[in-house]
Design a binder for this molecule. Sequence first.
Ligand code: FES
Length: 430
Amino acid sequence: MNKEKIAELQKSHEVVAEFNFEHRDIEKGYAKRTLHIDISTGKIETRPVTDQMIDLWTGGRGFDMWLMFKEITKDTKWDSPENPICFSQGPLGGVVSFPGAGKTIATSISPLTNSIIDCNVGGYFGPYFKFAGFDALSITGKSDDEIIIYIDAVSRKVTIEKAPLESVNSHILAEELTEMYADDIIDKKNISVVSAGTGAENSRMGVLNFSFFDWRRGVARLKQAGRGGIGTVLRNKKIKAVIVKNREISPAWRISKPVIPNPVKLEKCTECRGEDEIKNICAIICEWNSDPEYVIEMMQDIQDKERCISRKSIEELCLKTGVPRGKLYHIATFYKTFSLEPKGEKIIQVCLGTACHVKGAANILSSFERELGIKQGETTEDGKFTLEAVACLGCCSLAPVAKIGDEIIGNIKAKDVSNIINAERGEERE
Ligand code: FES
């Protein structure tokens, strides 16, 4: 992103309210305080979390409800200034040992139903906010100007800033604000931006977009809190974005292969013993400097190259990175992208998602099974094809859809399957 453009955007910011806070550790799942921001008055404050909240309103949804009931009356409508937008995590929020614990619960009165709605979303916002020392956030009021709210857990400061020039397109805005508030490229992963796009301004079903920086692709990507139209509430309050920055919860981290200092070159590696069988695996592990922090990345590269995570790979990874075998098997069997058995040279994925299902995807899958002589999840004996049934390939308008290698085939018909396989095998199409 253009540095001058970012500097120009930042220059246009005017701080209208500022609040300093002390860091607080999470103890037994709670920081025991919440953060409240009223953008009409510029009042920013923390409030204590009581034992009653913890006992009776446990969890992100419970806390959000509590905060909602504190702010609204029976007459509050979705576009009333007092209608809060609340973000919470439960006591397990941000604890990586539990699946789903990175989620944030977002709650407000819905523009679609005028009753309370909640939705949950991934991304980094929830854990970053929680580990800044807050159990929940509520934002009330309405602004006359376009603003952003910046919660900086590094300098322990919350600011409300006028932000007249930033884009309202969530993809662009997330990039702009990530660039603006990161100290350097490595710092980008410490930023999460919550925003809503122009669609939210023009409909009642606007989603909230929560960003996380994907260092593999080098872009800020978005997760959606899509239910109830809370994005519309955010834009109705004239909030362009809520940003949180926190770098205290993650270990020292590097961004991509080129910035890894002094990677060990294969020829210098003394441990691969020159064995052909493990040469490729060793090369990949060495490329990542045998750093256990990158073990999943190594496994991705090994899967791409070897088409499986073999027992040999696990042994080499264990030996060179020090990651226990049990953990490596846990990773290899938890993520669908990894396979302990070799996958075929070409992966054939047949979509069984809703749109494809109603257009006869089951028949398409049966045709592939018949043609290849295998069931879904299996690989042909010659190792050429693996057949998989998947949820949605993201191109529902072309339903029914199959993906062969990297190629998407839309509007596929059962009678075409034989020709497709023959062509893939290098035989003449009929
Ligand atoms: S449902 Fe098949 S591509 Fe989305």
